[in-house]
Design a protein around this ligand. Structure first.
Ligand code: ADP
Ligand code: MG
Length: 273
């Protein structure tokens, strides 16, 4: 099998879609695991108050646990809230707790409220450099299904947006709003930001509808849709209840295979627009 190349600089990828249940968290968990297992140094930042990514990656996130909340609201260092994933080397998680639910409101009155995650990451990268720690290759930020200040912080901190799209009715609905929001961030807060990657999720090749929707999405985003498609696969949906990625839970499943392929494709394509 092909060896994964490290990127020239840290790639910060926000996984976003204001629709819930499209596979944002699943994609964050499994791509980050696939990347780390291919030898990359990977961080996952969970900015969804639900904390599903933290759960799936087996990171304690009871209320009061030091988490991304303390970083965003109380100026803690990111390194104080990074926990290793027990199944995979080089994979660290900044969990969210339910405290983050109030953060949307608390952020409003803070200085540089849109840049808090950006600054925390910068400071952490500087710390690693000063201490001769290897560079982080990938940061994946799991977003809540809304376009509030938590998502804005993710967009401002990232260079790339990855949008998971569920291949079903209304897949494209709401996407133009998401694209407009990303353009607004580009214009006012982060000129670097662009949609680099679309991942088709929960694909069922037996239905004409899924095939049609996939075609529609490829027409709309001709350069961004990965060739690797994530099938609807029961192993993917079972894995989180064992607090595991599907790569740990069932490494030979089609779900695990498809996420490994997607990770390799993302690494190979680089950051091209
Ligand atoms: P989001 O983070 O966008 O709300 P999730 O990643 O939590 O979406 O996925 C929603 C639900 O769908 C979860 O129960 C998850 O386990 C399930 N799911 C996600 N992707 C797949 C897939 N490819 N096959 C089967 N179930 C999936
Ligand atoms: Mg989620």
């Amino acid at each position: 099998t092909k060896r994964m190349q490290r990127p020239d600089r840290t790639r910060i990828i926000t996984i976003s879609n204001q629709k819930g249940g499209v596979g944002k968290t699943t994609t964050t968990v499994n791509l980050s695991t696939a990347m780390a297992r291919a030898g990359m140094n990977v961080l996952v930042i969970d900015t969804d108050p639900q904390g599903n990514a933290s759960t799936a990656l087996n990171i304690d996130h009871q209320q009061g646990t030091p988490s991304i909340y303390n970083v965003l609201i109380e100026d803690w260092d990111l390194k104080e809230v990074l926990y290793p994933n027990p199944d995979t080397d080089n994979l660290f998680v900044a969990p969210s707790t339910i405290d983050l639910a109030g953060a949307e409101i608390e952020l409003v009155s803070l200085v540089a409220r849109e840049q808090r995650l950006t600054r925390a990451l910068q400071k952490y990268f500087e710390y690693r450099e000063a201490n001769d720690l290897p560079r982080i290759d990938y940061v994946f930020i799991d977003c809540p299904p809304s376009l509030g200040l938590l998502t804005v912080n993710a967009f401002v901190a990232a260079n790339e947006v990855l949008i998971p799209i569920q291949t079903e009715y209304y897949a494209l609905e709401g996407l133009s709003q998401l694209v407009k929001n990303i353009e607004m961030i580009q214009e006012h807060l982060n000129p670097d930001l662009h949609i680099s990657t679309i991942v088709l999720t929960m694909f069922d090749s037996r239905t004409n509808l899924a095939v049609q929707v996939a075609e529609e999405v490829r027409d709309y985003f001709p350069n961004q849709v990965l060739n690797a498609v994530i099938p609807r696969n029961v192993r993917i949906s079972e894995a989180p209840s064992y607090q595991q990625s599907v790569l740990t839970y069932d490494p030979s499943s089609t779900g695990a295979l498809s996420y490994r392929e997607a990770a390799m494709e993302i690494a190979t394509r680089g950051t091209k627009r």
